[in-house]
Write a new protein. Structure first.
Lengths: 116, 114
């Protein structure tokens, strides 16, 4: 199956700093990439959907100015958590799809963010 | 409201035993249903995908069933192994529903012990 990578796998940062997470589709062109957040023992919660070359669409309650998403190419999307706070500590997972919104999504391995 | 409910919430079984996980959904219109395995601290990995017309799908020791009439699915694991310990997530895709087509269950946490 298709491979999606994320970098870094885990990051610890001080409160107030910004953190960038990369999501790459390694062997296919991802028309659409998705960003999820998962808290312990909870299901994945969709944060935003991004299509290559256009602005991301954010889910209700997700601050677009805090979670900056860039999908500059068909193989790379980035999520930047700006001015991170301890409550932003979570597991961030991206997924990528080569087709429409209902096409198969391939998930990355996730990034564990801990904000001190 | 589109929802996916999974049961049990957690399960502990002995190595070598079989188990069945349940998934009930109210997603409409239905496109497909997937079962994912998520190891701790990792992203979900797809096990099976079934469309409306499919009743069963196997992937090695994993067998998924789908009853589109009752909107129920199950995942049966045969001859469990220690490496099967993970969360199993049922995900239902709604057809043509805009930006949020995937509806995730909360998962069943399976622990296989020796």
């Amino acid at each position: 199956g298709a491979v999606v990578s994320q970098h870094p796998s885990r990051v610890i940062c001080k409160s107030g700093t910004s953190v960038k997470i990369e999501c790459r589709s390694l062997d296919f062109q991802a028309t659409t990439m998705f960003w999820y957040r998962q808290f312990p023992k909870q299901s994945l919660m969709l944060m935003a959907t991004s299509n290559e070359g256009s602005k991301a669409t954010y889910e209700q309650g997700v601050e677009k100015d805090k979670f900056l998403i860039n999908h500059a190419s068909l193989t790379l999307s980035t999520l930047t958590v700006t001015s991170a706070h301890p409550e932003d500590s979570s597991f961030y997972i991206c997924s990528a799809s080569s087709g429409g919104l209902s096409e198969t999504q391939y998930f990355g391995p996730g990034t564990r963010l801990l904000v001190l | 409201k589109n929802q996916v409910e999974q049961s049990p919430q957690s399960l502990i079984i002995l190595e070598g035993k079989n188990c069945t996980l349940q998934c009930n959904y109210t997603v409409s219109p239905f496109s497909n249903l997937r079962w994912y395995k998520q190891d701790t601290g990792r992203g979900p990995v797809s096990l099976t995908i079934m469309t409306f017309s499919e009743n069963t799908k196997s992937n090695g020791r994993y067998t998924a069933t789908l009853d589109a009439d009752t909107k129920q699915s199950s995942l049966h694991i045969t001859a469990s192994q220690l490496s099967d310990s993970a969360s199993y997530i049922c995900v239902v895709t709604a057809w043509n529903s805009g930006n949020t087509p995937l509806v995730f269950g909360k998962g069943t946490r399976l622990s296989v012990i020796a």
